[in-house]
Design a protein around this ligand. Structure first.
Ligand code: GTR
Length: 335
């Protein structure tokens, strides 16, 4: 049964007429490239990683399988393109886990505040059994989870002042992705959460509709949010990864051998992405600091942890979720 929130909304159906037009122009499924949407600009590491996956596919199948990627949110917001992918209007979609939170409760796990201690911890968990279980949970929603990509640490930034303690955020309007978990996190800090899609954030900051948002260095820089919100405060509250999904209907049209090739090519694009990512984080940080952004450490991160950590109890309710959270926490014991 399709999850209610996965029935194509009017907005998604409208957005999909563009994507479906693209599909129609490309002819039947067989013999054409797999079409993939990404909200990020062409040179962003997620887009480059999917291109690398496409190169591997092309090479490994003698040109039978290729990927064509529509970057820069051309086909709509992540929520819309996910819906389109779910009903097969698009073959693949690179999104963050946040827009999947409303659809599948297992995807909430890697998006929990202050779950991962380090990047090594995150990578260990996502490359291991916990990551595989989260990816597999997408099958019941018409999607195949192919791999995770890094998304670094999300921190708050705003137009007003450095955030040193949660009290500095009192009453601030903070944009969040469309996810109840994120809304709860912001409320727990005493601020107001405003869910909206990434493409709307810059204007909302400029027009004062919101006071701030939260994201990693590369998105903060790439979306030019730093121009409007020049205070970046190092809360490092979430490390929710990116995920590459394929529509189950397209997947089922591949034979078992091609499914294996697709899965492997996706996996092989992960180390490639991580290398680009680490470099991109350094470059983005350097660029925004050179542009005059004021960066600050928070006074005591425990103040943020104490307020945000209780949201876990609201979203981690099933035994299955609890087991996986415990497994991930246990994997954080080594560096
Ligand atoms: C970015 C992520 C995007 C999108 C965005 C957002 O870090 O790469 O996929 O989810 O955050 O906040 O909407």
């Amino acid at each position: 049964m399709t999850h209610p929130s996965l029935r194509p909304s009017r907005r998604a159906v409208l957005a999909s007429s563009g994507a479906l037009g693209v599909l129609a122009a490309c002819g039947a499924h067989e013999g054409r490239a797999l079409l993939c949407a990404d909200s990020h600009a062409e040179e962003y590491p997620t887009v480059q990683a999917v291109k690398e996956m496409g190169r591997l596919l092309d090479e490994r199948t003698g040109g039978r399988l290729k990927i064509k990627i529509y970057a820069g949110g051309q086909l709509g917001s992540e929520r819309d393109t996910l819906e389109i992918t779910t009903f097969g209007g698009l073959d693949m979609n690179r999104v963050n886990l946040a827009p999947l939170n409303a659809i599948e409760s297992m995807t909430v796990i890697p998006a929990l505040p202050f779950l991962f201690r380090t990047t090594a911890h995150l990578r260990r968990a996502l490359d291991g059994a916990p990551g595989d279980e989260v990816l597999a949970s997408l099958n019941r929603h018409g999607l195949v989870g192919l791999c995770f990509y890094d998304s670094g640490e999300r921190c708050f930034y705003n137009t007003k002042q450095p955030i040193r303690t949660p009290a500095d955020m009192a009453g601030m309007k903070i944009r969040v992705p469309n996810s109840d978990l994120y809304v709860a996190m912001i409320k727990a800090l005493g601020a107001d959460a405003t869910p909206m899609s990434l493409g709307e954030v810059y204007q909302a900051l400029v027009q004062g509709v919101i006071d701030g948002a939260e994201n990693n260095w590369p998105s903060y820089e790439s979306e030019r949010h730093f121009e409007a919100a020049p205070y970046y405060s190092l809360t490092r509250h979430v490390m929710a990864p990116e995920v590459l999904v394929m529509s189950l209907s397209r997947w089922n049209k591949l034979g078992p051998d091609d499914q294996q090739v697709v899965r492997q090519a996706a996996r092989d694009s992960v180390p490639y992405m991580r290398k680009l990512w680490d470099q991109r984080v350094d470059d983005a940080r350097a660029r925004v600091i050179a542009a005059g952004v004021e960066v600050n450490e928070v006074e005591d991160v425990n103040q943020f942890i104490d307020l945000m950590r209780p949201v876990w109890d609201r979203f981690i309710v099933s035994d299955n979720q609890k087991r996986i959270v415990a497994e991930i926490e246990a994997m954080g014991d080594t560096a």
